[in-house]
Design a protein around this ligand. Structure first.
Ligand code: NAD
Length: 506
């Protein structure tokens, strides 16, 4: 962690200003320059913030490629964590994740470690000054940031099969969905659309949509609808005007927010906020762009607009408004970096010249775009969101067990025959599936089978309550016959409702 030194040749060339003369009035924020184009766009952004009078005191940390290569597998040092936990506000340049399985994504690590549950990405068209197929597009994507397939729990289970666990939790759904409604309300937005794939993933995506419907009743003033993610993404790409605020799970949100940013004009334009109960992080949505790094031509707009969101978060609405309006005026004046070059470009500038053009317009308002007004803006209050009330515990009863077996010698019928002989007085074999499709009883020869078999045992009707000791006895029998058991999943009912899905074809 260090303060930018004015004697530092690299820094002083692009960042000659100090923030405020009396540091005591300024809010400490943590800043990471990042990799690739990161230092160029972060210096440009900081110059603008300084010139606009942002009441901030940047504390610099090292993250990213060099930190990874120095042996920190998540790309961040203990000192950097300390700064983040103290300042609670992070302006972050993009980082390069070295390829190789030994490195964990820094972004995912920061989001999850600091509980940054909401990823907010406004995707807005700046037509006609930036070419866009969708001139009136103005969509905010609110993506769940901690769960889903990004839990990072992956296993190789057999020679042929790899698994990634998709975890969706009720507290996680409640937080992100309430955040989306609160965001819509506090930002004058009319509609929230939920995007899921609950026709296939009935339990996980089904929970997300169920919670959306439940929480939606608290927001009758906000229009609500739902799309299956596949058609929803297609409509977003072709008719983004249909959407206002979209709330979705982690992976879908990751994908559709890049699509939305790209079709709005350029990936270089969008900023994002990662909001948690204690800490918030602000960054451009693009990466470190190694192909143009060091050339000084990158568009700093994504990080500038992320910094505007940070200023609103810091309740410096006056500065946020000044920077955003100066940026809009720069764009409509046709002062563009190379990625925005088009028929409306009057002057093609590099990163540093773009920052200078924004600084020259501080205090001016756009004439063609509608000026932004942040005077009444406030960050979404966490108070309404994080107070998750645990529900009364359900009556949970084990009614069966799925035993996953790795084997490639036996057919489904042969496997069933062997397993029949190994069952106990408590359970009976009900079904075998392969990749989720029922292959016994009554499978089709056309069904392709791998070496990964899910064998479902259910409690016998004349047996009383099933206990985990019954499962252990069953497993002991199965393993005594030299089967390679990969794992088990208990089949439970919760207040009488099945907590598991049927096999396909069951
Ligand atoms: P990228 O976003 O860095 O680049 C994609 C394309 O967009 C490139 O052609 C690039 O030149 C262009 N581009 C991106 N930002 C631009 C800007 N501000 N101005 C002008 N052009 C811009 O994506 P990538 O190449 O897939 O990833 C490069 C590295 O960034 C990878 O290591 C990746 O892991 C990392 N990454 C980091 C973040 C982050 O830190 N938040 C996000 C995405 C990717």
């Amino acid at each position: 962690m260090h303060s930018l030194s004015l004697n530092d040749e690299k820094n002083s060339a692009v960042y000659p200003d100090e923030f405020g003369s009396t540091d005591g009035d300024n809010v400490a924020i943590t800043v990471a320059l990042g990799d690739g184009i990161g230092p160029e766009i972060t210096h440009a952004t900081l110059r603008i913030l300084s010139a606009a009078g942002a009441r901030i005191r940047p504390e610099f940390i090292e993250i990213g490629e060099q930190v990874y290569l120095a042996g920190h597998s998540a790309g961040i040092t203990p000192e950097a964590w300390q700064s983040l936990r103290q300042t609670k506000v992070f302006l972050k340049g993009p980082v390069t994740t070295p390829s190789g399985s030994g490195y964990k994504s820094l972004n995912v690590t920061i989001r999850k470690t600091l509980g940054l549950y909401a990823n907010v990405r406004p995707c807005i068209s700046y037509s006609p000054y930036v070419h866009s197929l969708h001139p009136t597009m103005d969509v905010v994507i609110i993506r769940e940031n901690e769960e889903d397939l990004y839990a990072g729990i992956e296993h190789r289970q057999t020679d042929e099969v790899y698994q990634c666990l998709k975890l969706i939790t009720r507290p996680g759904c409640e937080k992100i969905i309430r955040y989306a409604f609160e965001y819509a309300r506090s930002h004058g937005r009319q509609k929230v659309t939920c995007m899921v794939k609950d026709n296939i993933m009935k339990m996980t995506d089904g929970l997300f949509y169920k919670v959306f419907q439940e929480i939606g009743t608290d927001y009758p003033d906000i229009e609500q609808d739902r799309y299956i993610i596949d058609i929803g993404s297609a409509r977003l790409a072709t008719q983004p005007e249909r959407f206002d605020v979209i709330v979705t799970t982690n992976l879908y949100g990751d994908i559709i927010s890049d699509i939305a940013a790209e079709i709005s004009g350029s990936i270089g334009l969008a900023g994002s906020a990662n909001i948690g109960e204690h800490v918030a992080m602000f960054e451009a949505i693009h990466g470190s762009a190694p192909d143009i790094a060091g050339k000084g031509v990158a568009n700093p707009s994504g990080l500038i607009l992320a910094a505007v969101m940070m200023l609103v978060h810091l309740r410096q609405a006056d500065v946020a408004e000044k920077v955003h309006n100066a940026w809009l005026k720069t764009i409509e004046d046709g002062i563009h970096t190379a990625d925005l070059k088009g028929t409306q470009t009057e002057i093609l500038v590099n990163t540093s010249q773009f920052a200078a053009a924004v600084i020259a317009r501080l205090g001016a308002e756009p004439q063609k775009f509608k000026p932004v007004r942040y005077q009444n803006a406030a960050p979404v209050s966490n108070a309404n969101i994080v107070s998750y009330q645990a529900k009364p515990l359900a009556k949970k009863v084990i009614v069966g067990v799925d035993v996953f077996i790795h084997q490639h010698e036996l057919s489904a019928d042969q496997l069933a025959e062997r397993l029949h002989k190994l069952t106990t007085e408590a359970v009976e074999l009900q079904m075998i599936t392969n990749r989720g499709v029922k292959v016994w009883p009554g499978g089709f020869p056309e069904t392709f089978c791998t070496d990964h078999w899910r064998c479902r045992f259910m409690v016998k009707t004349d047996h009383g309550q099933l206990h985990y000791s019954d499962v252990i006895r069953l497993l002991a029998n199965i393993s005594s016959d030299y089967f390679d058991v990969i794992k088990t999943e208990n089949l439970c009912s919760f207040d009488g409702e099945a907590g598991f899905t049927l096999g396909q074809g069951q």
